[in-house]
Design a protein around this ligand. Structure first.
Ligand SMILES: Cc1ncc(COP(=O)(O)O)c(C=O)c1O
Length: 408
């Protein structure tokens, strides 16, 4: 095995598979959006409500962009705030407001409480965990099962009034690729929490990121479930076009109850005059509705699908019986679950042979994977031709690490 490994090493590979970034061919799909002659007419900068998008105005977004995100998030357009280029930024702002001002007028600002805890389904998104850590929110990891977090555990934890929220990626989850079941959504929406200002941060970043036309996960509308459960203010939903158009150059949005939107809309006005409405209008001219987004996402899937299938095929051939892995139908990641105690070593071996993976442990709060088992693989960034050349390194690294730990 070392001989095969050294052969990889001698090839002088250099590949970054650490983050879920689109590859160039995916970014190229949205370039027509930037062409003046394709999307803009000389003086056609006026949004539906008559605002010139080149000027100040519409702090919560232009109406046509609200309509688009209302379709994606499943709430009326009046319950949408269209933001800037980042949903992570909107989530950070939302949590910061809860900490400094309280989730609603009259609520105690969370930062004035002795402890604020959030439930964090794991494996999860490292950026959520950095954010909570930086903001002083204690994280309680709860294992993700095939249908979502262990709900018996969640229902137990929310009896603690210091548990103020849960942060998750409910569809094609980063990192495990699972989608919350209807039962999970209903239990989250209707469970009894000790904290009346309990919030679910529903980061639906991958809501339209299906790999297959006819074999897709579907996610129940949690806002409707919260209303039915008598908890309309419980959920704060987010998404963005970072992985639809341009990563870091897209448009983000938040959807929630009328009371939450009123609260955040009001607090927003001391933060900025308005977001980038030119980008909002550019986006809706290019992708006017959900049907257009889905047609566009089918083109992304054409580029991404062969990579996912190739990796899964290599795992099947080379790793059967050694660890397990996810088989996602969408999203950006494959998770490999190594035999316990091997993940760090596998990532190290790959790194030493020129392939950078997401650091082992990063899908867990504070970077601590108690089993040292989960490895998030991000197949999207390298073009397929490069991915093909290097992915066979991974099983070799796995076999070496497992042999070192457990013997042959
Ligand atoms: C779950 C999740 N949320 C949010 C983001 C980032 O979104 P944005 O670019 O809108 O901040 C990512 C990117 O990897 C992600 O995986």
């Amino acid at each position: 095995m070392w001989q095969r490994y050294n052969q990889f090493k001698e090839r002088g590979l250099k590949l970054d598979m650490s983050r879920g970034k689109p590859e160039k061919a995916q970014l190229d799909l949205s370039v027509p959006m930037l062409r003046i002659d394709d999307g803009w007419i000389d003086d056609d900068f006026i949004s539906e409500d008559g605002i010139d998008v080149r000027n100040y105005g519409d702090p919560t977004g232009i109406p046509e962009a609200k309509r688009l995100f209302s379709e994606l998030l499943g709430v009326p357009a009046g319950q949408i705030i269209v933001g800037g280029n980042s949903s992570i930024n909107m989530i950070h702002d939302t949590l910061t407001r809860a900490l400094l001002c309280g989730p609603m007028e009259g609520d105690t600002p969370w930062a004035k409480l002795p402890r604020v805890k959030f439930i964090c389904p794991v494996p999860g998104y490292d950026w959520h965990f950095h954010m909570c850590e930086t903001l002083g929110i204690e994280m309680i990891p709860v294992e993700l099962e095939p249908g979502g977090p262990d709900m018996d555990k969640v229902e137990q934890l929310v009896k603690d009034p210091a548990v103020k929220g849960l942060i998750c990626v409910p569809m094609y989850s980063n990192a495990s690729g699972i989608t919350f079941s209807d039962e999970t959504v209903m239990r989250l929406a209707s469970m009894k929490t000790s904290a009346p200002d309990f919030r679910i941060v529903w980061d639906n970043a991958y809501c339209v990121h299906h790999l297959y036309e006819n074999d897709r996960d579907s996610l129940m509308n949690i806002y409707d479930a919260c209303v039915a459960g008598g908890n309309p203010d419980r959920v704060l939903m987010f998404t963005s076009t970072s992985k639809v158009t341009f990563a870091g150059g897209g448009v983000a949005a938040m959807g929630a109850s009328p009371a939450n939107i009123a609260r955040h809309g009001a607090l927003l006005t001391c933060q900025l005059v308005c977001y980038d409405k030119l980008n909002q209008l550019r986006h809706v001219r290019f992708l006017p509705d959900k049907a257009a987004v889905e047609a566009h996402m089918a083109k992304h899937a054409e580029i991404m699908r062969p990579k996912f299938e190739f990796i899964l095929d290599v795992f099947e051939k080379e790793l059967s019986g050694t660890g397990t892995w996810s088989q996602p139908k969408g999203g950006y990641f494959i998770c490999y679950y190594a035999p316990e105690g091997c993940a760090r070593r596998i990532v190290e071996l790959c790194r030493d042979a020129g392939v950078t993976l997401t650091p082992a442990g990063s899908p867990y709060p504070h970077g601590i994977d108690p089993k040292d088992s989960t490895i998030r693989i991000a197949p999207t960034y390298p073009p397929f031709s490069e991915l093909r050349l290097v992915i066979e390194l991974f099983p070799v690294a796995v076999k070496i690490a497992v042999a070192e730990k457990y013997g042959n």
